[in-house]
Design a protein around this ligand. Structure first.
Ligand SMILES: Cc1ncc(COP(=O)(O)O)c(C=O)c1O
Length: 373
């Protein structure tokens, strides 16, 4: 098939696919971006802008080669190495950063080791440890919602065997960060046998000068792995592309646990185009800031406390029961975040487009008038 004819077919299929989406009858809101019916998704920390325009074009063009096994992982690895000032051998691609978390737990938390995590934090580390003889040690966050590094260190140093420490900063679901100087101090003093998995999924959203990447440890410390993703600021959550950055020895250990060809062809072409597209990251950050301002104003009007967020989501107080609150929101066409025990007096709300945030604010205020929040 000629490339042009294929592109037209691909485009037509895309449009038909969008029109074919059916919505549950009670979910009648229109998405301001797609015009489709369905709940507004403020639940999974996705980028409401969609993918970068150049990535969209690259996917449509890339469909021509979708019958072939992926070719572009070498180029992507080179591009990421250059972006981060490391060697290609330090980069491990994943189907989302989820696969990097899985590889790291499987490669480094065994045999019979311990995984030290905060509580609450992103659940995937413990989830992938679940099938292994790995003890998961949960250490509550401090009252300022930073990681309690002293307690984590005490728990990590007690006992024998392999130790993997998972540090998510900024942390999901709280949006709060743990000062990078404190993380650095621990890594600097830790034995080589203690491994660190530093999850920087929300790195691009942070403006706080107390925050920087842990990538600086990679050349000298084989016990540090950093996880990054194209799912958030690049808006590629549905396409699945992430990567780990680690010392070459450690990167090789992780690769043994990857699924071969894990970065698919369309993810690779979209990822390359996203890296090259000027201005998209800035637009993502700007939309996020505007949405967050609308949310903050609404929560302040209603006297509902919220945590300072360095991400594209905000953890805020609710009154009453979280399950009922989530159901009430869904009935009104808004999907909010899942429960994060033990923070069951809070709801995690992802930042959508400004129009979506206005709709959320109106809904919350209406619920307040009815005495329901
Ligand atoms: C902290 C954190 N890490 C990792 C992920 C997984 O992202 P992905 O697999 O889409 O890269 C998420 C997703 O929300 C996250 O919040």
């Amino acid at each position: 098939m000629q490339r042009r004819a294929f592109l037209q077919t691909g485009l037509a299929a895309g449009v038909m696919g969008m029109g074919g989406v059916t919505a549950a009858p009670h979910l009648l809101k229109l998405s301001p971006r797609t015009g489709l019916k369905g709940p507004i998704r403020l639940s999974s920390n996705e980028n409401p802008l969609g993918i970068a325009p150049a990535a969209r074009r690259a996917i449509i063009e890339g469909l021509v080669d979708a019958n072939r096994y992926p070719q572009g992982s070498g180029r992507m690895i080179e591009a990421l190495a250059a972006k981060h000032g490391v060697k290609p051998e330090n980069i491990v691609l994943g189907a989302g950063s989820t696969e990097v978390l899985k590889m790291t737990v499987h490669a480094l938390a065994t045999p019979s080791g311990r995984l030290i995590v905060a509580e609450p934090t992103y659940e995937d580390g413990p989830w992938y440890a679940g099938a292994l003889p790995v003890e998961v040690v949960k250490v509550p966050l401090r009252s300022d919602y930073s990681h309690d590094l002293d307690q984590m260190q005490a728990r990590a140093s007690a006992g024998t065997g392999t130790v993997l420490v998972y540090l998510c900063s900024p942390n999901n679901p709280t949006g709060t960060l743990t000062p990078s100087a404190d993380i650095d101090a621990w890594i600097a003093s830790a034995p080589d046998t203690m491994y660190f998995l530093v999850d920087e999924a929300y790195f691009d959203y942070v403006e706080d000068p107390r925050y920087w990447s842990a990538i600086r440890w990679v050349p000298e410390r084989p016990n540090v792995v950093i996880a990054r993703t194209f799912s958030k600021v690049y808006g590629m959550a549905g396409i699945r592309l992430g990567y780990g950055i680690a010392h070459e020895e450690t990167a090789e250990r992780l690769r043994r646990f990857r699924v071969r060809n894990n970065a698919n062809h369309l993810a690779l072409v979209a990822g390359m185009a996203s890296l090259d597209e000027a201005g998209f990251v800035e637009r993502s950050l700007d939309v996020n800031q505007r949405g967050k301002r609308i949310l903050h104003e609404c929560l302040e009007d209603l006297g509902l406390d919220y945590l300072p967020s360095h991400t594209n989501f905000v953890m805020h107080r609710i009154t009453g029961d979280l399950k009922t609150y989530r159901e009430m929101m869904l009935e009104r066409g808004i999907r909010v975040g899942r429960p994060f025990p033990p923070m069951l007096t809070h709801s995690r709300l992802s930042i959508g487009l400004p129009a979506e945030m206005e709709q959320f604010a109106e809904t919350l205020k209406a619920l307040r008038k009815e005495g329901k929040v």
